[in-house]
Design a protein around this ligand. Sequence first.
Ligand SMILES: [Zn+2]
Length: 149
Amino acid sequence: MKKLEVSAIEEGTVIDQIANKSTFKVANILNIQKIEQVVLIGFNLSSKKLGKKGIIKIGGKLLTQEEVNKISLIAPDATVNIIKGSEVVKKFTVDIPDSIEEFMKCFNPNCVSNHQKILSRFHVINKNPIRIRCHYCERHMCVDDIELV
Ligand SMILES: [Zn+2]
């Protein structure tokens, strides 16, 4: 079964255990429309851990740390499998960073970070369930408030 799941790509990355509803958000983070190699997206797949899950397989791509950090915010159970020669050569679970800069937008429309040319900045105060505090306005955000940029 394990073999079957990864057999579709010879080199690249498989992101597994994606929270089902976040599958297409993860696809957007990875800008899959611009990838020229094979991309396979599955969702509504059964998962012992999540009930239903999504999975994305991308030929020829390795994730950047920023992409992994973004994925961790919307799919905290996701696992990343690096595939070489059709084998899994490395596997890890995404890890929510302690602080987030730049790639997230503050939920508060009045926040200074949405009005001035400064980088947004957040502190992760709880990882499960996720709670994030804006460095500037101190507004607290949960998973549904997260807007990645
Ligand atoms: Zn703010």
